[in-house]
Design a protein around this ligand. Structure first.
Ligand SMILES: Cc1cc2c(cc1C)N(C[C@H](O)[C@H](O)[C@H](O)COP(=O)(O)O)c1[nH]c(=O)[nH]c(=O)c1N2
Length: 229
């Protein structure tokens, strides 16, 4: 533990080169995983570290609106997969012609293959109706929960655990399967399991669905659309 002064502050020294590289390495090599899961259950200490990382995410007003429903039951995961299949077929029909065929060829979940499903939810009532920082934008609680997902995802990368985020569901189907109360929002279904190999680039890019945009096209200066400095 670093020493704290009387205000509870300690020196914000930078990371060593190796620590910095490790952080960027996790960020750059994190992947969404759909099909490389190993069936072995994740050890409890690993799961605990992933959840602890998630729980240290930033949250609006320090609201910590998240819950994590850990789904190990193969029977429950099979029902979740059925809910995905229904929604995925609806999604396929929204694309036309070749794009529909290309969509159908993609594998977009590993719900049954991954030994653990984590349903991450957001409770908008977690700290009363008036929340510091959320008063003018109620979606801030969902955004906070997404931060928890990203923390978990990066920690998982460092642990050799693959994570696949599946969002192709009717929320009510997931709520019914998992007994989630009406007022709770489902933010993510995460497939989790050890992986030996990962794609070097997003699988959707490797399979020609969509490529990474050039960063410089996305950065503006001093106003929307202003590319010059
Ligand atoms: C909110 C949200 C929701 C989803 C995803 C991501 C996020 C952030 N992704 C994963 C997504 O396709 C993936 O992140 C991008 O293709 C980039 O690839 P990498 O994550 O860098 O491997 C995703 N992937 C998938 O196969 N099925 C899905 O339902 C979803 N849903």
């Amino acid at each position: 533990m670093r020493p704290f002064d009387e205000d509870g502050l300690s020196a914000a020294s930078g990371f060593s080169m190796a620590e910095r590289e490790a952080v960027y390495h996790a960020i750059m090599t994190r992947r969404d995983v759909r099909s490389q899961f190993q069936p072995d259950p994740l050890p409890e200490d690993v799961v605990e570290r992933l959840l602890t990382a998630a729980h240290h995410a930033p949250s609006v007003g320090f609201m910590q609106p998240w819950n994590f429903i850990m789904v190990r039951s193969a029977e429950v995961r099979a029902r979740v997969r059925d809910a995905f299949m229904k929604a995925n077929e609806e999604a396929a029909l929204l694309f036309e012609g070749e794009r529909r065929q290309a969509y159908r060829a993609l594998k977009l979940e590993g719900i049954v293959e991954a030994p653990l499903g984590i349903c991450v939810t957001c409770d908008p009532t977690r700290s009363g109706s008036v929340v510091l920082g959320r008063t003018h934008n109620p979606r801030m609680d969902s955004y906070s929960t997404v931060c928890a997902v990203q923390n978990l995802w990066l920690a998982a990368r460092a642990e050799g655990v693959g994570i696949g985020w599946v969002s192709i569901f009717h929320e009510d189907d997931l709520k019914a399967i998992l007994g989630i109360p009406d007022h709770i929002e489902v933010v993510a279904w995460l497939c989790a399991g050890f992986v030996e190999r990962l794609y070097d680039e997003p699988e959707l890019a490797a399979k020609g669905w969509r490529q990474r945009l050039p960063l410089e096209e996305l950065v503006f200066h001093d106003g929307w659309g202003r590319r010059e400095r």
